[in-house]
Design a binder for this molecule. Structure first.
Ligand SMILES: [Zn+2]
Length: 206
């Protein structure tokens, strides 16, 4: 097991017009993160973004196809949300999605029964709310983070305040002795199996 302090930076709701800028920041800092993509945004014009994510060692994960409240869906609808997203990503860049983040972090027993991927939540930066200032995004992460945390941020369309917050978050976490990994790497390096039934992970030690 890896005794270093590890944290994963994870990003939801892309690909978008800011994803490349997030990747620029990660690349400057030599960090690979995990991106939870919305399937219906994965269109041919976004292919180069997905390719760049993989080139930089980032991980591509599943954030549903339509970003709806899946806790109200039937088993069939749930399976379709997941399989369509996995398929469009597989077809475009040839990788299998390894983790799932529920839209709005809303879950149901039917979802747990029908989605064959580990469910990820995370230390929420509250950056999905346009009212949250860049400084508050930084504060939320620093307040909530600990060894093994999966930090939840958003490469949401026009989410410029996260572009402002991200370099500071990285700098502060480095100062506190954290190293960065993808979600897969963090489970692997800490020796923890993410495939646990009915579990929503925010930290691999939870
Ligand atoms: Zn989302």
């Amino acid at each position: 097991m890896n005794n270093k302090k590890l944290v994963a930076l994870t990003f939801d709701d892309g690909p978008s017009n800011i994803t490349e800028k997030v990747l620029d920041i990660l690349e400057e800092n030599n960090i690979a993160g995990s991106f939870f993509l919305i399937g219906n945004l994965v269109t041919e014009d976004k292919k180069s973004i997905l390719e760049r994510q993989l080139t930089l060692g980032c991980e591509i994960c599943n954030h549903s196809y339509t970003h709806s409240d899946m806790s109200k869906m039937s088993a069939e609808e749930i399976k379709e949300e997941i399989s369509k997203t996995s398929a469009v990503i597989k077809e475009m860049v040839g990788v299998d999605t390894k983790f799932f983040r529920p839209p709005y972090i809303l879950v149901s027993d039917t979802m747990y029964e029908n989605i064959d991927l580990p469910f990820i939540c995370g230390a929420d930066s509250i950056d999905w709310n346009p009212e949250t200032s860049a400084q508050d995004r930084i504060n939320e992460v620093l307040k909530k983070v600990s060894d093994g945390s999966l930090v939840l941020m958003h490469d949401l369309y026009n989410n410029d305040k996260t572009l402002e917050a991200l370099p500071v978050i990285i700098e502060k976490l480095k100062e506190q002795g954290y190293e960065f990994a993808t979600a897969s790497q963090i489970f692997e390096q800490k020796g923890i199996n993410p495939n646990v039934k009915n579990k929503l992970w925010s930290n691999v030690f939870d």
